[in-house]
Ligand binder design. Structure first.
Ligand SMILES: C[S@@+](CC[C@H](N)C(=O)[O-])C[C@H]1O[C@@H](n2cnc3c(N)ncnc32)[C@H](O)[C@@H]1O
Length: 264
């Protein structure tokens, strides 16, 4: 066991406040959040573009947290999406947005931005509805378990997506590799894994709570995927944006976005 949980305290269940975390995603108000959004939304858009992008029946998002930005492009190319997370509060926060409940986070600036990337900013309300229709289930998940989504029984996914989750859930390289091994059986042969994360990062803050992150270098990341039975098709990288220098919320030096295919 090398998860944060192994310290004896269930760190994420206890300290991760979804509404505070969402402050990162108030577009134009947080340089780190903007850095993540600008980089990853551009690559999600390219990855799931209608002509020649990834498509299929089922996409499972691993460690969704309270966020939906990572699904805004994929919802145009997959018939069904299952969102998952480790904490009950995150799942409730997701349900709030999906069911348009009072107090739900306002994702509309981000949705408009994605619609603009797709060529028609005016379609944002339509896209919100499409995503709400496409996310069929919201499930508990623990990547530290051999079967992360147990007891749910699901068809094999055409695509697994995981944004900024694995390095948070796994604080050692061994646990990171184990998590990839646990996720692999959820994916059909030749299915795709779309993974985002950071380079050299050891922590991020959510309010006053500090969360440990597994620092990765490109070489180690590539090796971990290869050893876990994935072939990297694309690895996009960006250095940390200069406008984030004054932000003390995290110490990453860069971001990555990768698309890998399950070998068999
Ligand atoms: C940095 S947040 C990322 C949230 C979101 N995907 C995003 O892109 O902003 C890390 C997420 O990993 C989840 N997490 C922590 N431990 C986990 C575990 N063992 N299995 C699955 N998810 C876990 C947390 O609950 C949290 O939502």
């Amino acid at each position: 066991m090398a998860l944060q949980e192994s310290t004896g305290l269930d760190v994420y269940q206890t300290y991760f406040e979804p509404t505070t975390y969402l402050d990162y995603y108030k577009m134009g108000q947080n340089a780190v959040g903007d850095d993540i959004l600008h980089f990853s939304l551009k690559h999600y858009n390219a990855t799931f573009k209608p002509a020649g992008g990834l498509r299929g029946k089922l996409l499972i998002d691993i460690g969704s947290g309270p966020t939906i930005y990572q699904l805004l492009s994929a919802c145009e190319s997959f018939e069904e999406i299952i969102a998952t997370d480790y904490t009950d509060k995150n799942l409730l926060e997701l349900e709030k947005w999906l069911k348009k409940m009072p107090g739900a986070f306002d994702w509309s600036p981000v949705v408009k931005y994605v619609c603009e990337l797709e060529g028609d900013r005016d379609k944002w309300a339509e896209k919100e509805e499409r995503l709400r229709r496409t996310v069929r289930r919201v499930l508990k998940c623990d990547v530290g378990k051999e079967r992360p989504l147990e007891p749910a029984v699901l068809p094999l996914a055409d695509c697994l997506l995981s944004s900024l989750c694995l390095q948070s859930a796994c604080v050692t390289l061994e646990a990171f590799r184990d998590a990839l091994r646990h996720l692999r059986p959820l994916l059909r042969p030749r299915g795709h894994l779309v993974l985002t994360g950071s380079f050299d990062c050891t922590f991020y803050m959510v309010g006053d709570s500090r969360f440990t992150v597994l620092p990765l270098k490109e070489k180690v990341l590539r090796e971990a995927l290869q050893e876990s039975g994935f072939t990297i098709e694309r690895l996009e990288k960006a250095q940390r944006g200069p406008e984030t220098v004054l932000e003390k919320g995290s110490n990453y030096t860069g971001l990555f976005f990768l698309v890998a295919q399950k070998n068999d």
